[in-house]
Every structure is written in C-alpha cells, then in structure tokens.
Design a protein around this ligand. Structure first.
Ligand code: TPP
Ligand code: MG
Length: 514
C-alpha cells in the first residue's frame, strides 16, 4: 500500500466517501488510488471554485465532510472564495492539496508556492504530511479536525513522494469531538432578561436554526413576548409546512436597525452581535441598538438545544406548542414573467423535501414569502458574500441527497463565476433544476452604487455593472455543457417548464429574461 492508498482507505473508514477533485501531476497517485478504493465516489469539477463550493453544499446537507483534491497552491487559490463561504457556513471540509515531492520543494519549480499561506485564512487546521508513514494518521486527524464543533476546514498538504512511497496501512477513525455546554451563568442571565418584561430579541444563527431550536425559541417567545429572529444569511434552514417560520434580520443596515429598534436585551444563540454587511458613510456599522444589553447565550461550538431547553424551563414555557406553518402554497401565476411570478411558481410546485439553493440576489425577493407555507424543504444560501456558490453548492447538495430534488435559484452574474458546475450536473446526472434569473446586470451593485454615496454614475461606471454587449445565452451555455435547457417567455410557460423539470430525472435549466 502506498501513502495515497492509505489516505483513501482512512477517509472511507472515517465516513468521508465523496471526493470533489480537480487534480494535476502531483496528485496522480491519489487519482490512481481511486480505482483501488471502491468506497470513494470521485466527482470532477472543471474549476476549483466548483470543487470547493460543491464540498460546502455537500457538507451542509450531509452533515459530514467530503474531501477535495486540489492541485498545489494555484489550485487551492482558485478554490479560496468558496472556501471562504464554507468557513462562514462552518462547513466541515477536508482539503487534500498536492505538493511537490519533499526533495523537490526547495528547488523553486514553477508551481512551487506558499500553500500554507494560501490555506491559512480559511483553514481551522493545516498539516503537511512529511512522510508516507504519517499520511494515514494525518488523514484521520484531518477528518477529526473538520468535525470539531462548530465545523471547520481542515487542509492536508500531501507532497507527491508521501503519496507514492510505501505506507504501513490505514488508520482507524478518530472520534468526532462533541460540542461544549453553554455557560450556566449565561443561561441564568438569559432567563432573567426574558423575565424582565423588557423587550427581548432572541437571535438565532449558525446551526441553531434546526427544528428543535426553532420550536424551543418559539415556545420561549410565546411565554415571554420575546421576538425570535434569524441571522440575515444562514447555511441551512428547514422551512415550509410543519416548520416554524423564522423572520430574518434584513440585509440593509437601516432596515436591520429598524427591526431591532427598542430592543433592551439581545440574546445570541450560536451567533454574534449583528453588524452591517458593509460600512456606508454616516451609518452605524454595529446594529445593536443603543442601551441594549447583549447576552451571548450559546457561543459557536456549544450545544444549543440543551441551553434553549434550560431557558424554556426557566421561563416556564412548558405548555406552549410551537406555531408551525400549515401547508398553504400559492396558486399558479399567469401573465407576464416576473421575479414575483417565478416565486409564486416555486412556492406552488416545490416538491416535498426539495433542497433550495438561493443565489438569486435581487431577483429573490419574492421567494421567502412565497415558500414559507410551501411543502417542507431545506434552504441554503450564501454565508460569506462571495458570489459563485449557488451552482457548485447545488452539485454538492444533490450528491449528498440523491433522492431529493435540488432547485438552484441563480442570478446571472453570480452564475458566471462557476458556470462549469452545469457540466458536473450533466456528467453525474444530478436531479438539479436551475432557474436562471437573467436581468443582464449586476443589479445589486447598481443599488449599492447609490447607497455608498457614489452619485451620478457615468457611462463607464454603468458599463461595469452591466452584463449586456453581448447578452449571455444561458440556454446555449447549458446545452453546450450537456444540460437540457429552455427559455421561458411568460408566467405560464415558466410554470409548466418548472413542473416538467421537477417530474423529470436529471438536470435542467430554465432561463428567465427579466
Ligand atoms: C467573489 C465576489 N466577487 C465580486 C463580488 C461583488 N458583487 C456583489 S453582487 C455582484 C453582482 C451580482 O449580480 P447578479 O448575480 O447578476 O445578481 P443581481 O444583482 O443582478 O440580482 C458582484 C459582482 C462578490 N460579492 N463576490
Ligand atoms: Mg444579474
């Protein structure tokens, strides 16, 4: 057995059985080992942003890490933006980054680079395997590190000779660490605040938006009059019929301030005190109102359910039943094709247990209200603001959940960062429906242009926020990568196309020109 084989055998034994890859020469022994290791599914992405974004989507849905295979520093660097998003989502991922053979590193060959330097800002754990004998133990340690609450990125750098040299065998899995407990004093202070009669907001973030957390927070709210809100962007939340609907902190700072106005106690569950996404001239960056006390109840890495249970007991929320949504999807739309009519069709047709990946940006405003009472579904979104996650995350979600339909709601500008994802969808025959919102501009930046106070945009400035000249043809792009596609012209033809796609296995893209 060589080092690469010991690596793969160790991964599979630890439950890491999907690898998103974009290999090069230094990773060839890893690639060769894939044929010796039946248990590892290998999925090729044609750009590293696809690879890392797919690993993020996979982790969010599978609740365990996939591994990536990346080619030295440049391959890792190409994948960094989506690793940044994954870090913000606290997704467990094990990166395997190939490196020159140990004796070759010092020669400064063309592909030599500071791999650790590229890896550090996104990784919670980094290790270089220095010899084949260590690879299996390092692999087991990497999986354990990735699974350390609340979830992080572990990067294992593998010099080529450690992959091809003889290794003693695989390593046994190491136990995944358990989350810590919330500070009992923090629980006490939260109970006091909630019983004070003063206006309280319970802000849920991170993993603390699963069904038990939402139900407990809602029961506490009913008992105490506190309001429950979710962070603006969440890695994953279950929504729709049978779930508690969670209002979100709005994106724009002034709207977020308004939503929190008058709050005297802000209770944080697996999140931090909210800050605005960007700074704007003459606007506050910190969104906690003046005179509001912040109570960190559950910190990232701590278990939220026992803490919320203790708070529910402490405020006497024993009798309350969580207020869950009844199934009440919207009706089918008619007339012109608009972002609103699309949202209506999505709400009406969403199959039970669908995974909805939202990177619709400005075209997505109708989606939350139209899907709140739709069939139960999971909702994934961009956690780190680096666009180009949507399509790769849809790939990863579909591989994690082969029996569920994935719906990628995708803005055009963001789609183009990682459009190669379509090819992986076709090659793996994934049940992904892509709805492409082609407004042919960076619409959000046209809004932000005004908001930051950069007034009177000239033609050169506007040209930087415009995607026409030429218009992108997403139907041709999709077909060129093996994904069947059509362009919807009105609300009814879109509705029919969406229904057809949901009923047909395999990927499909519907372009909507708005
Ligand atoms: C990696 C990365 N590069 C650039 C940006 C800046 N940016 C934010 S939104 C945006 C354009 C979004 O346009 P589109 O996806 O078409 O959505 P729309 O605003 O048109 O709804 C850009 C370029 C970013 N957020 N992340
Ligand atoms: Mg756009």
């Amino acid at each position: 057995m060589n080092g690469a084989q010991s690596l793969l055998e160790t991964f599979v034994a630890a439950g890491v059985d999907v690898c998103f890859t974009n290999p090069g020469t230094s990773e060839m022994h890893f690639v060769a080992a894939l044929d010796q290791q039946d248990g590892m599914r290998a999925v090729l992405g044609l750009f590293e942003g696809v690879v890392t974004g797919a690993a993020d989507g996979y982790a969010r849905m599978a609740g365990k890490p996939a591994c990536t295979l990346l080619h030295l520093g440049p391959g890792l660097a190409n994948g960094l933006a989506n690793l940044h998003n994954a870090r913000r989502a606290r997704s467990p991922i094990v990166n395997v980054v190939g490196e020159h053979a140990t004796y070759h590193r010092a020669l400064d060959a063309p592909l030599a680079s500071d791999i650790e330097g590229f890896a550090r800002p996104v990784s919670g754990w980094i290790r270089v395997s220095e010899q084949a004998e260590n690879v299996a133990l390092d692999a087991a340690a990497a999986v354990q590190a990735a699974q350390t609450p609340p979830g992080q990125i572990a990067t294992l750098i593998l010099p080529a000779d450690t992959a091809w040299n003889e290794a003693p065998g695989s390593a046994a899995p190491l136990p995944a660490p358990s989350p810590g407990n919330a500070d009992p004093d923090a629980v006490k202070r939260a109970i006091e605040a909630l019983r004070s009669g003063e206006p309280c907001v319970i802000l849920l973030g991170g993993g603390a938006v699963d069904e038990p957390a939402l139900a407990l927070a809602d029961r506490i709210a009913q008992r105490t009059g506190a309001r429950v809100m979710g962070d603006t962007f969440l890695a994953r939340i279950g929504r729709g019929a049978g779930r508690v609907d969670l209002p979100r902190l709005p994106y724009f700072a002034e709207q977020a301030e308004e939503a929190l106005a008058g709050t005297r106690h802000l209770i944080l569950v697996d999140t931090k005190a909210p800050v605005s996404f960007f700074a704007y001239p003459n606007q506050a960056s910190e969104l906690t109102p003046e005179g509001c006390e912040v109570h960190p109840l559950v910190r990232p890495g701590e278990a939220w359910v026992p803490a919320l249970e203790a708070v529910a007991d402490g405020v006497g929320a024993g009798q309350e039943q969580p207020r869950v949504m009844d199934l009440a999807p919207p009706g089918a739309p008619s007339g012109a094709l608009t972002a609103e009519s699309i949202g209506q069709s999505v709400g009406a047709l969403l199959p039970e247990n669908a995974v909805l990946v939202n990177e619709a940006v400005t075209s997505g405003f109708a989606l939350p209200p139209m899907t709140a009472a739709a069939a139960p579904h999971d909702w994934l979104e961009l956690t780190g603001g680096a666009i180009g996650l949507g399509l790769p995350a849809a790939v990863g979600a579909a591989i994690a959940c082969p029996d569920r339909r994935v719906l990628a709601l995708q803005a055009d500008g963001s789609a183009m960062y990682t459009i190669q994802s379509l090819w992986t969808m076709a090659r793996e025959n994934l049940d992904v429906t892509v709805v492409l919102f082609a407004n042919r501009k960076y619409a959000i930046l046209q809004v932000e242009f005004m908001r930051v106070g950069a007034h009177n945009p000239g033609p050169k400035a506007m040209d930087m926020l415009d995607l026409s000249r030429p218009d992108l043809n997403f139907v041709d792009l999709a077909r060129g990568m093996g994904v069947p596609a059509e362009r919807a012209v009105d609300a009814v033809s879109f509705h029919d196309a969406l229904a057809r796609s949901f009923a047909t296995p395999g990927p499909y893209l519907i372009e909507t020109v708005l």
